[in-house]
Design a protein around this ligand. Structure first.
Ligand SMILES: [Zn+2]
Length: 183
């Protein structure tokens, strides 16, 4: 009798574990920034932008991406304005802000042009070695929807702690291990 119960429990456990892992993957965030940058999400995973900063030159590039952060989405606007809120120089000090205008980039290879492109860029001296700042996408229209004043942190993005988790592997692991492997 005992053996049968024990067997039953083992089967139940075996059935429960994979189902749980699936739930986690569906509910979690599975996408990666294609250019290794910072992801900013719009709406309920409706679209993203990815920000890539070259700290040496102060060049900031913005890529408009779909809900999975995989495919480029072209937008009509010719500029994207980002408001940067710099860290306070000392506690209690007022934080400086800078409005940065990124311009539409034309790409002969993909046929993207100003007014129909997924890429925007700017170069700004103040962004050289700017490791952490808060930002706000002032306004962007993606696939007919306008998103305004969307706040994010650079380099963390605005997707909460999702950014620290990569659930794209089949096996289960905690993200501490993942970070160690990556370095
Ligand atoms: Zn996302």
């Amino acid at each position: 009798m005992k053996t049968i119960i024990g067997f039953g429990l083992a089967v139940a456990a075996a059935l429960v574990l994979p189902a749980r892992a699936e739930d986690k993957e569906e509910g979690g965030h599975e996408h990666h920034a294609p250019h290794g940058g910072t992801l900013v999400v719009f709406g309920d995973e409706a679209a993203h932008v990815e920000l890539v900063l070259d700290p040496k030159t102060g060049a900031l590039t913005l890529y408009v991406l779909d809900g999975e952060a995989e495919k480029a989405i072209r937008v009509k606007q010719e500029t994207v304005v980002i408001r940067i809120l710099w860290p306070a120089s000392e506690e209690g000090a007022e934080r400086k802000t800078t409005s940065v205008t990124l311009k539409a980039v034309a790409r002969a290879l993909t046929g993207e042009k100003v007014g129909d492109t997924s890429e925007f860029a700017v170069k700004l001296d103040e962004l050289k070695d700017a490791k952490e700042w808060d930002g706000e996408v002032v306004a962007i229209e993606i696939q007919g929807k306008t998103y305004e004043k969307v706040e994010f942190n650079f380099p963390k993005g605005n997707e909460g702690d999702h950014d620290d988790h990569d659930h794209d592997h089949d096996h289960d692991h905690d993200h501490d291990d993942d970070h160690k492997e990556g370095k």
